[in-house]
Design a protein around this ligand. Structure first.
Ligand SMILES: Cc1cc2nc3c(=O)[nH]c(=O)nc-3n(C[C@H](O)[C@H](O)[C@H](O)COP(=O)(O)OP(=O)(O)OC[C@H]3O[C@@H](n4cnc5c(N)ncnc54)[C@H](O)[C@@H]3O)c2cc1C
Length: 268
Protein backbone atom coordinates (compact mmCIF):
# COMPACT_ATOMS: atom_id res chain seq x y z
CA UNK A 1 0.00 0.00 0.00
CA UNK A 2 1.22 3.53 -0.81
CA UNK A 3 0.60 6.30 1.74
CA UNK A 4 0.39 9.98 0.80
CA UNK A 5 1.70 12.77 3.06
CA UNK A 6 0.84 16.41 2.42
CA UNK A 7 3.25 19.10 3.62
CA UNK A 8 3.40 22.89 3.45
CA UNK A 9 6.95 23.60 2.25
CA UNK A 10 9.40 22.25 -0.29
CA UNK A 11 11.94 21.88 2.54
CA UNK A 12 9.61 19.52 4.44
CA UNK A 13 8.98 17.60 1.23
CA UNK A 14 12.74 17.34 0.61
CA UNK A 15 13.27 15.95 4.13
CA UNK A 16 10.65 13.26 3.44
CA UNK A 17 11.94 12.43 -0.04
CA UNK A 18 15.49 12.07 1.32
CA UNK A 19 14.05 9.16 3.29
CA UNK A 20 11.35 6.78 2.10
CA UNK A 21 9.05 9.06 0.09
CA UNK A 22 8.78 9.95 -3.61
CA UNK A 23 8.00 13.60 -4.30
CA UNK A 24 4.90 14.16 -6.40
CA UNK A 25 5.16 16.85 -9.09
CA UNK A 26 2.38 16.77 -11.68
CA UNK A 27 2.28 13.01 -11.20
CA UNK A 28 2.27 11.92 -14.86
CA UNK A 29 5.05 9.40 -14.16
CA UNK A 30 4.71 8.89 -10.41
CA UNK A 31 0.99 8.05 -10.62
CA UNK A 32 1.59 5.79 -13.58
CA UNK A 33 4.08 3.81 -11.52
CA UNK A 34 1.55 3.64 -8.64
CA UNK A 35 -1.06 2.27 -11.06
CA UNK A 36 1.39 -0.32 -12.40
CA UNK A 37 2.50 -1.30 -8.88
CA UNK A 38 6.03 -0.12 -9.71
CA UNK A 39 6.58 2.79 -7.32
CA UNK A 40 10.06 2.53 -5.81
CA UNK A 41 8.96 3.66 -2.30
CA UNK A 42 6.03 3.05 0.08
CA UNK A 43 5.23 6.75 0.47
CA UNK A 44 4.41 9.79 -1.69
CA UNK A 45 4.95 13.33 -0.43
CA UNK A 46 3.09 16.24 -2.00
CA UNK A 47 2.74 19.98 -1.40
CA UNK A 48 -0.54 21.43 -0.11
CA UNK A 49 -0.20 24.33 -2.55
CA UNK A 50 2.10 24.80 -5.53
CA UNK A 51 0.89 28.28 -6.54
CA UNK A 52 4.16 29.98 -5.51
CA UNK A 53 6.20 27.41 -7.44
CA UNK A 54 4.29 27.95 -10.70
CA UNK A 55 5.55 31.48 -11.37
CA UNK A 56 7.30 32.32 -14.62
CA UNK A 57 9.00 35.72 -14.72
CA UNK A 58 11.59 37.59 -16.73
CA UNK A 59 14.69 38.63 -14.73
CA UNK A 60 16.98 40.82 -16.88
CA UNK A 61 18.68 38.69 -19.51
CA UNK A 62 17.25 35.53 -17.93
CA UNK A 63 13.86 33.98 -17.13
CA UNK A 64 12.97 32.15 -13.92
CA UNK A 65 10.51 29.27 -14.13
CA UNK A 66 9.06 27.69 -10.98
CA UNK A 67 9.56 23.93 -10.80
CA UNK A 68 5.80 23.31 -10.50
CA UNK A 69 4.99 25.28 -13.68
CA UNK A 70 3.31 22.91 -16.10
CA UNK A 71 3.83 22.72 -19.84
CA UNK A 72 0.41 24.44 -20.05
CA UNK A 73 1.69 27.30 -17.86
CA UNK A 74 4.71 27.65 -20.18
CA UNK A 75 2.40 27.83 -23.19
CA UNK A 76 0.35 30.59 -21.52
CA UNK A 77 3.40 32.75 -20.69
CA UNK A 78 4.63 35.33 -23.19
CA UNK A 79 7.92 35.64 -21.22
CA UNK A 80 8.95 32.21 -22.54
CA UNK A 81 7.43 32.24 -26.03
CA UNK A 82 10.72 30.77 -27.33
CA UNK A 83 9.88 27.63 -25.29
CA UNK A 84 6.38 27.20 -26.70
CA UNK A 85 7.52 24.88 -29.53
CA UNK A 86 9.21 22.72 -26.86
CA UNK A 87 6.30 22.55 -24.39
CA UNK A 88 3.91 21.79 -27.26
CA UNK A 89 5.86 18.61 -27.99
CA UNK A 90 5.60 17.07 -24.51
CA UNK A 91 2.84 14.44 -24.69
CA UNK A 92 -0.76 15.40 -25.55
CA UNK A 93 -2.98 18.13 -24.01
CA UNK A 94 -3.89 16.12 -20.86
CA UNK A 95 -0.23 15.40 -20.10
CA UNK A 96 0.78 19.04 -20.75
CA UNK A 97 -1.78 20.23 -18.18
CA UNK A 98 -0.07 18.15 -15.47
CA UNK A 99 3.55 17.62 -16.53
CA UNK A 100 5.84 20.01 -14.64
CA UNK A 101 9.16 21.55 -15.54
CA UNK A 102 10.74 20.11 -12.36
CA UNK A 103 9.43 16.62 -13.12
CA UNK A 104 10.79 16.79 -16.66
CA UNK A 105 14.33 17.22 -15.27
CA UNK A 106 13.95 13.89 -13.44
CA UNK A 107 12.00 12.03 -16.14
CA UNK A 108 13.94 8.91 -17.22
CA UNK A 109 15.14 8.13 -20.77
CA UNK A 110 13.66 8.65 -23.34
CA UNK A 111 11.64 11.46 -21.66
CA UNK A 112 13.03 14.85 -20.72
CA UNK A 113 12.50 16.88 -23.91
CA UNK A 114 11.94 20.09 -21.97
CA UNK A 115 15.09 19.52 -19.90
CA UNK A 116 17.08 19.34 -23.16
CA UNK A 117 15.97 22.90 -23.96
CA UNK A 118 16.78 24.07 -20.41
CA UNK A 119 20.25 22.55 -20.70
CA UNK A 120 20.98 24.33 -23.98
CA UNK A 121 19.79 27.59 -22.41
CA UNK A 122 22.34 27.43 -19.56
CA UNK A 123 19.85 26.20 -16.96
CA UNK A 124 20.74 26.98 -13.34
CA UNK A 125 18.66 25.51 -10.56
CA UNK A 126 17.61 26.88 -7.20
CA UNK A 127 17.29 23.92 -4.87
CA UNK A 128 15.08 23.29 -1.85
CA UNK A 129 18.00 23.97 0.55
CA UNK A 130 18.50 27.45 -0.97
CA UNK A 131 21.67 26.48 -2.87
CA UNK A 132 22.21 26.91 -6.60
CA UNK A 133 23.54 24.32 -8.98
CA UNK A 134 23.83 24.17 -12.72
CA UNK A 135 21.52 21.81 -14.53
CA UNK A 136 24.35 19.95 -16.22
CA UNK A 137 25.88 18.94 -12.84
CA UNK A 138 22.51 17.96 -11.44
CA UNK A 139 21.72 15.77 -14.43
CA UNK A 140 25.06 14.00 -14.07
CA UNK A 141 24.24 13.13 -10.43
CA UNK A 142 20.47 12.87 -10.80
CA UNK A 143 20.07 9.35 -9.43
CA UNK A 144 21.62 10.25 -6.08
CA UNK A 145 20.18 13.77 -5.76
CA UNK A 146 18.15 14.15 -2.56
CA UNK A 147 17.25 17.83 -2.80
CA UNK A 148 14.21 19.07 -4.71
CA UNK A 149 14.21 21.72 -7.42
CA UNK A 150 12.50 25.00 -6.56
CA UNK A 151 13.04 26.88 -9.83
CA UNK A 152 15.19 27.05 -12.93
CA UNK A 153 16.80 30.16 -14.39
CA UNK A 154 17.60 30.16 -18.11
CA UNK A 155 19.08 32.58 -20.61
CA UNK A 156 16.59 34.54 -22.69
CA UNK A 157 17.78 34.03 -26.28
CA UNK A 158 17.74 36.86 -28.78
CA UNK A 159 15.93 36.58 -32.14
CA UNK A 160 16.26 33.11 -33.62
CA UNK A 161 19.27 32.15 -31.46
CA UNK A 162 17.37 29.25 -29.88
CA UNK A 163 16.29 26.16 -31.82
CA UNK A 164 14.62 22.89 -30.80
CA UNK A 165 13.85 19.72 -32.67
CA UNK A 166 12.12 16.51 -31.58
CA UNK A 167 12.45 13.33 -33.62
CA UNK A 168 9.78 10.70 -33.02
CA UNK A 169 8.19 7.84 -34.93
CA UNK A 170 4.61 8.45 -33.76
CA UNK A 171 3.10 11.84 -34.59
CA UNK A 172 2.01 14.06 -32.92
CA UNK A 173 2.43 12.53 -29.42
CA UNK A 174 5.25 10.01 -29.72
CA UNK A 175 8.22 9.87 -27.38
CA UNK A 176 11.64 10.88 -28.62
CA UNK A 177 14.01 8.89 -30.76
CA UNK A 178 16.05 11.95 -29.89
CA UNK A 179 15.54 15.61 -29.13
CA UNK A 180 17.98 18.42 -29.83
CA UNK A 181 18.27 22.02 -28.69
CA UNK A 182 20.78 24.71 -29.57
CA UNK A 183 21.45 28.18 -28.25
CA UNK A 184 23.53 29.99 -30.86
CA UNK A 185 24.56 33.50 -29.76
CA UNK A 186 26.26 35.35 -32.63
CA UNK A 187 28.62 38.28 -32.82
CA UNK A 188 29.23 39.97 -36.20
CA UNK A 189 27.69 36.92 -37.90
CA UNK A 190 29.96 34.40 -36.12
CA UNK A 191 28.82 31.93 -33.46
CA UNK A 192 30.20 32.67 -30.01
CA UNK A 193 29.56 30.43 -26.99
CA UNK A 194 27.10 27.96 -28.57
CA UNK A 195 25.40 25.37 -26.37
CA UNK A 196 23.98 22.21 -27.93
CA UNK A 197 22.05 19.56 -25.99
CA UNK A 198 20.76 16.13 -26.95
CA UNK A 199 17.98 14.10 -25.33
CA UNK A 200 17.69 10.29 -25.58
CA UNK A 201 21.35 10.11 -26.66
CA UNK A 202 22.51 9.16 -23.12
CA UNK A 203 20.72 8.16 -19.89
CA UNK A 204 20.06 11.88 -19.22
CA UNK A 205 20.04 14.98 -21.46
CA UNK A 206 23.66 15.84 -22.31
CA UNK A 207 25.66 18.60 -24.00
CA UNK A 208 27.44 17.89 -27.28
CA UNK A 209 30.64 19.62 -26.23
CA UNK A 210 32.72 18.64 -29.26
CA UNK A 211 30.08 20.04 -31.61
CA UNK A 212 29.90 23.21 -29.52
CA UNK A 213 33.68 23.68 -29.75
CA UNK A 214 33.60 23.13 -33.54
CA UNK A 215 31.02 25.92 -33.91
CA UNK A 216 33.11 28.57 -32.14
CA UNK A 217 33.73 31.42 -34.60
CA UNK A 218 31.88 29.61 -37.41
CA UNK A 219 29.17 31.04 -39.60
CA UNK A 220 25.72 29.48 -39.46
CA UNK A 221 25.70 27.95 -42.95
CA UNK A 222 26.50 24.56 -44.54
CA UNK A 223 30.23 25.27 -44.63
CA UNK A 224 30.44 26.72 -41.15
CA UNK A 225 28.62 23.85 -39.42
CA UNK A 226 30.41 20.94 -41.16
CA UNK A 227 32.93 20.47 -38.30
CA UNK A 228 30.12 20.37 -35.75
CA UNK A 229 28.30 17.68 -37.73
CA UNK A 230 31.43 15.49 -37.85
CA UNK A 231 31.84 15.93 -34.09
CA UNK A 232 28.12 15.58 -33.26
CA UNK A 233 28.26 12.27 -31.38
CA UNK A 234 31.84 12.40 -30.07
CA UNK A 235 31.86 11.15 -26.49
CA UNK A 236 28.23 9.99 -26.60
CA UNK A 237 27.07 6.36 -26.29
CA UNK A 238 23.37 6.46 -27.06
CA UNK A 239 21.29 3.70 -25.46
CA UNK A 240 19.28 0.99 -27.24
CA UNK A 241 15.57 0.89 -26.50
CA UNK A 242 12.30 -0.19 -28.11
CA UNK A 243 12.28 2.96 -30.29
CA UNK A 244 15.77 2.79 -31.78
CA UNK A 245 19.17 1.23 -31.35
CA UNK A 246 22.11 3.28 -30.13
CA UNK A 247 23.75 2.64 -33.51
CA UNK A 248 20.76 4.14 -35.36
CA UNK A 249 20.70 7.16 -33.06
CA UNK A 250 24.41 7.78 -33.73
CA UNK A 251 23.91 7.52 -37.48
CA UNK A 252 21.01 9.97 -37.72
CA UNK A 253 22.15 12.49 -35.09
CA UNK A 254 24.30 14.54 -37.53
CA UNK A 255 21.40 14.69 -40.00
CA UNK A 256 19.08 16.11 -37.36
CA UNK A 257 21.76 18.42 -35.99
CA UNK A 258 22.22 19.85 -39.48
CA UNK A 259 18.47 20.50 -39.80
CA UNK A 260 18.42 22.07 -36.34
CA UNK A 261 21.35 24.39 -37.02
CA UNK A 262 20.00 25.44 -40.39
CA UNK A 263 16.58 26.13 -38.83
CA UNK A 264 14.55 23.52 -40.70
CA UNK A 265 11.44 23.09 -38.47
CA UNK A 266 11.01 21.83 -34.91
CA UNK A 267 9.67 18.33 -35.50
CA UNK A 268 10.62 15.31 -37.54
C1 LIG B 1 1.49 9.37 -22.01
C2 LIG B 1 2.75 10.11 -21.63
C3 LIG B 1 3.42 10.84 -22.60
C4 LIG B 1 4.59 11.54 -22.27
N1 LIG B 1 5.23 12.25 -23.24
C5 LIG B 1 6.37 12.91 -22.93
C6 LIG B 1 7.06 13.65 -23.93
O1 LIG B 1 6.67 13.70 -25.10
N2 LIG B 1 8.21 14.28 -23.57
C7 LIG B 1 8.69 14.26 -22.27
O2 LIG B 1 9.72 14.88 -22.01
N3 LIG B 1 8.03 13.58 -21.31
C8 LIG B 1 6.89 12.92 -21.60
N4 LIG B 1 6.25 12.22 -20.63
C9 LIG B 1 6.84 12.11 -19.31
C10 LIG B 1 6.33 13.16 -18.28
O3 LIG B 1 4.97 13.43 -18.46
C11 LIG B 1 7.09 14.49 -18.36
O4 LIG B 1 8.48 14.26 -18.41
C12 LIG B 1 6.76 15.41 -17.18
O5 LIG B 1 7.35 16.68 -17.37
C13 LIG B 1 7.15 14.86 -15.82
O6 LIG B 1 6.70 15.80 -14.87
P1 LIG B 1 5.67 15.45 -13.69
O7 LIG B 1 5.47 16.70 -12.92
O8 LIG B 1 4.44 14.79 -14.18
O9 LIG B 1 6.56 14.41 -12.88
P2 LIG B 1 6.14 13.41 -11.73
O10 LIG B 1 5.53 12.19 -12.31
O11 LIG B 1 5.38 14.11 -10.66
O12 LIG B 1 7.61 13.08 -11.18
C14 LIG B 1 8.59 12.48 -11.98
C15 LIG B 1 9.89 12.43 -11.16
O13 LIG B 1 10.38 13.74 -10.95
C16 LIG B 1 10.53 14.00 -9.55
N5 LIG B 1 10.21 15.41 -9.35
C17 LIG B 1 9.08 16.06 -9.71
N6 LIG B 1 9.19 17.37 -9.40
C18 LIG B 1 10.39 17.54 -8.81
C19 LIG B 1 11.08 18.66 -8.25
N7 LIG B 1 10.54 19.88 -8.21
N8 LIG B 1 12.31 18.46 -7.73
C20 LIG B 1 12.89 17.23 -7.76
N9 LIG B 1 12.29 16.13 -8.25
C21 LIG B 1 11.05 16.29 -8.79
C22 LIG B 1 9.55 13.05 -8.88
O14 LIG B 1 9.89 12.79 -7.54
C23 LIG B 1 9.69 11.83 -9.77
O15 LIG B 1 10.85 11.10 -9.43
C24 LIG B 1 5.07 11.51 -20.94
C25 LIG B 1 4.39 10.77 -19.95
C26 LIG B 1 3.24 10.09 -20.29
C27 LIG B 1 2.53 9.31 -19.20
Amino acid sequence: MVTVTTVDTLQEAAASSAGQAVFLGGGTLVMRSVNYGELSAPQIVRLRSVTALRNIRADGARVIIGAAATMGDVLRSSDVSFLHPVARQVGGPAIRNMATVGGNIFAPHPYGDFAVALLALDGKLRMSDGSETDLESLLAARDTERRLVESVSIARPAGDDFRFRKVSRVKPKGVSVMSLAAWLPRSAGRISGARIAFGAMAPTPVRARSAEAALEGASLDENGISGALSAATQGLSPPDDGLASGWYRSQVAPVHLKRLLLGEGSRS
